[in-house]
Structure formats: C-alpha cells, structure tokens
Ligand binder design. Structure first.
Ligand code: RIB
Length: 306
C-alpha cells in the first residue's frame, strides 16, 4: 500500500538555526554585555509557524530552502520530530539561515538574521513544491501560509497560486516586505503586529492612515497581534473585534510568540473553525509560547556559559 501525505497546512517559509542568548538587559548600541546562557534552537518564522500548526493538530508540510551543512541536518531532525514534513530546496553555495536572538530578563528580544540559504527559495521552486504537495494526496485544498522572511516574488507567487486554485492564504507580513496589492487582497487573513500594521498603513495608505484602514482598503480580514493584550480582528467593514489573551505569570521569551499565533490560526482555519475561534486559539498558543524558552520551543537544553 502506498501511503500519501496530505497536508492540511502548507507553509512556505524560512528555516533558521537560532542561537538564543539570555542576557540581563539587551545591549545598547556600542555596549558589550555578558550572556548567562545560550542555546541552539529551531527557528525561522516559517519553521516556527509550521511547528505551531502541527502542535495545533494539523498535518503540515513546509516548503523551504536549506544549506548543505550540519545546521540543515539539525533543522530537518527537529522539524521531523514535530511531525512536520519538509520539502527542502538545497543550496550548496550558502549556509542554512542563522539567527542570533538576544532575550532580556523581561522576555523582550532583539534578533539579527542572516538569511543564507533561505534566499535560494525562488517563486518557481516554491510553487513546484506546493504543487507536488497537492498531487501527493487527495486533499484538494490545503491552507497556505507565507511570511515576510522569503523573497517578495515568492510571496506574490504563493498568493497568485492561492487565487488560481481557490486556496486560503494566511499571510503574515513579518517583516513587512514589498508585495503586490493583489497579494494583499488575497490574504485571508493578513496577520501583522502593531508596528507592522502601522508601517503597512503608512506605506500603502499614506502618513495619516490608521492600521484599521488596511482591511477596508483591501477588502480583507486583518488580525493585529497585540502581545499580552491579545489580538484585534478587523473585517472590511472596520468593526473591530477584540480577542483577549490569557494571563501569563512569568514571561520567559517573547520570540516566536507571533509565529505560534500564525501557526495556530492556520491550523484552526484548516479545521473549519471561524476566524474568531482561530484567533482565540492563536492568542492561547502565543501565551504558551512566551512561557517557554526559544522561538519554536525545540532545541538543545544546554549551552550555558556559566
Ligand atoms: O519570529 C522569531 C524568528 O525570527 C526566530 O526564530 C528567528 O529565526 C527569526 O526568523
């Protein structure tokens, strides 16, 4: 018997090896600080979102680009250990993406990313891999997820593919990159944090515009993540619905909380839940994520400097 994998969620996105560094205070420009510990973790917004969707019960595949190095093997092992099917493009010229994630005692973070092999994911390669996923199984309509850590041409191509095949696209513009208006109109929903929403509004609607105007402009649902305050759902008519987050006593690490939100929302939507139910699952996943160490919650336990 031939077993075929039928992903309910296909993430097109970045995979990094994160070095997560715990510091008392994030350094100021020109300052040197000593770390308490460092760990190696699975990271990259795409990988984190794929893991979160799998944790939320969806069958998940990730289309990504990896180098030909130890970090790639480590990332593959970690993803597969969380039941994420990996469809990697191999780049023999660049190393697997790396990120250095500094986390302060209050859980806030500062991140530097070297995209490395992630840049090898072209629109053609990404679409070919997504098509393969759809041919592999009987499931006609996986939910697609893409974020701003892949090239704008890849995001635009995934959106065009979603339109052509009638698939839902969960678009997370983190970071904000220059994508086409057609892509923004395809998002269902567009998920951004407050800073990203403000940047998008200024870029597309002018200096005086508000994030709430984004939904009306593109005729889409926009979800703005608000950290400890939960999230705001903004439909095209502008009637904002708030989703509150459960209280969290101790915040260990806020990196990856937004990715956990996106993955949980995509999983919920693929399971037929409403947008409001999906956002509730998203804030719950984000609250769980900030309690744990590392952006994906997967990695080595050690690496202490002391
Ligand atoms: O959102 C957190 C992620 O951003 C980290 O895992 C890091 O790799 C960067 O991509």
């Amino acid at each position: 018997m031939v077993l075929t994998f039928e992903p309910a969620v296909v993430v097109v996105g970045s995979v990094n090896l994160d070095t997560t560094i715990r510091v008392a205070m994030l350094p100021l420009p020109g300052e040197t600080v000593l770390a308490a510990t460092h760990h190696h973790q699975l990271g990259g917004k795409g990988a984190n979102q794929a893991v979160a969707a799998a944790e939320a019960g969806a069958s998940v595949a990730i289309v990504c680009a990896l180098g030909d190095d130890r970090a790639a093997g480590q990332a593959l092992d970690w993803l597969r250990a969380r039941a994420v099917e990996v469809r990697p493009v191999r780049d023999r010229t660049r190393p697997t993406g790396r990120a250095w994630v500094m986390v302060g005692a209050d859980g806030e973070n500062a991140i530097v990313v070297d995209p490395g092999a992630n840049a090898a994911l072209t629109a053609d390669l990404a679409i070919a891999a997504v098509l393969d996923e759809m041919r592999g199984g009987a499931r006609a309509a996986p939910t697609l997820v893409v974020q701003g850590e892949v090239a704008p041409a890849v995001v635009d191509a995934v959106a065009a593919f979603a339109r052509e095949h009638g698939l839902r696209l969960v678009l997370n513009l983190a970071p904000v990159i220059e994508v086409g208006e057609a892509t923004l109109r395809t998002a269902a929903p567009l998920i951004v944090n407050e800073g990203e929403a403000t940047a998008l509004a200024r870029r597309h609607l002018g200096a005086d515009s508000r994030p709430a105007d984004l939904a009306r402009r593109w005729g889409i649902d926009v979800i703005i993540t608000l950290g400890a305050e939960g999230a705001a759902i903004i439909p095209p008519d502008g009637e904002i619905r708030r989703v509150s987050a459960p209280p969290v006593d101790v915040v260990a690490d806020t990196s990856g909380a937004g990715d956990a939100f996106v993955g949980a929302v995509a999983a919920a939507l693929s399971q037929g839940l409403s947008l409001d139910e999906a956002a509730e699952n998203g804030v719950a996943a984000g609250a769980r994520a900030v309690r744990r160490w590392g952006a994906s919650g997967i990695g080595d336990e050690q690496g202490s400097n002391r």
